[in-house]
Design a binder for this molecule. Structure first.
Ligand SMILES: *[C@@H]1O[C@H](CO)[C@@H](O)[C@H](O)[C@H]1NC(C)=O
Ligand SMILES: *[C@@H]1O[C@H](CO)[C@@H](O)[C@H](O)[C@H]1NC(C)=O
Length: 247
């Protein structure tokens, strides 16, 4: 088969842009060591940073067992909570499943999500894939947000003394911003984010495209992929303050 050069060029450009498409979101915060925190999950030289029970970085190069496994003591660091960059952009992390791809391809990749339904329609969020999940469908971003529900696994009881099924419902988490007030101090801002910037959106749909990670995101996970389908050099400043609406 002979394809015209222009079509071949377009195919080349499409793959050079990484994955893109439309998908769905859910939310979770299970306090577990995320899957991309194990060594060798991707081309990144360092796996996703995890923390001990007291939220101190482990710097163990991924060797500590997850707090979700019996006897494990590695947990998700509280600073891998979403934050608002400005009124229309937020940064954060997610458990990911991309259709036709695999964990080695998405671990520590970043995706720009544009919300396409619900109150956040039109807002964007850049997430780094730190996790995956057997219960995720195709093109599914399970966005990490404290109080979003523990889902299948729960290390929040061990790490923070959360109720047996985590805070709120096991799937979906707490139902209002009031509940965030009684959260552990380090998780409050991420819990509030859901009801402020994210406007309490309930699993909005998205369109997505793979992008180089903002350096402000990789600074917190220390996980940076080698160049692959896209240039993975982190972009922008390594710290980006939290935007708060003017009163
Ligand atoms: C919000 O932040 C993003 C990322 O830095 C930037 O590209 C965009 O222009 C900003 N938007 C506004 C309205 O400030
Ligand atoms: C989200 O996308 C799914 C699949 O395309 C669709 O069935 C559903 O109606 C969408 N939800 C909203 C709220 O647009």
């Amino acid at each position: 088969m002979h394809l015209p050069l222009t079509i071949l060029t377009l195919i080349g450009l499409a793959s050079a842009q990484g994955s893109q498409g439309t998908g769905k979101t859910t939310r979770y915060w299970d306090c577990c060591k995320p899957s991309c925190a194990w060594p060798g999950k991707s081309t990144a030289s360092t796996p996703v940073l995890t923390c001990d029970r007291n939220d101190n970085p482990l710097n163990d190069r991924g060797s500590t067992r997850s707090g979700c496994d019996s006897g494990g003591s590695a947990f998700m660091c509280s600073n891998q909570s979403p934050w608002a960059v400005n009124e229309t952009v937020a940064y954060g992390w997610a458990a990911v499943n991309i259709a036709g791809s695999n964990e080695a391809s998405w671990c520590c990749s970043c995706y720009e999500l544009t919300f396409t339904s619900g109150p956040v329609s039109g807002k964007k969020m850049i997430v780094q894939a730190t996790n995956t999940g057997g219960d995720l469908g195709n093109n599914h971003f399970d966005i990490a947000m404290p109080g979003g529900g523990v889902g299948i696994f729960n290390a929040c009881t061990q790490q923070y003394g959360a109720p047996p099924d985590g805070w709120g419902e096991r799937y979906g988490g707490v139902g209002s911003k009031d509940a965030c007030a009684s959260f552990p101090e380090k998780l409050k801002a991420g819990c509030n984010w859901r009801f402020d910037w994210f406007m309490g959106a309930d699993n909005p749909n998205v369109s997505f495209r793979q992008v180089a990670c903002p350096a402000a995101i990789t600074a917190k996970t220390q996980c940076v992929r080698q160049r692959d389908v896209i240039d993975q050099t982190p972009t922008g400043p390594s710290t980006v303050p939290t935007w708060t609406p003017s009163p």
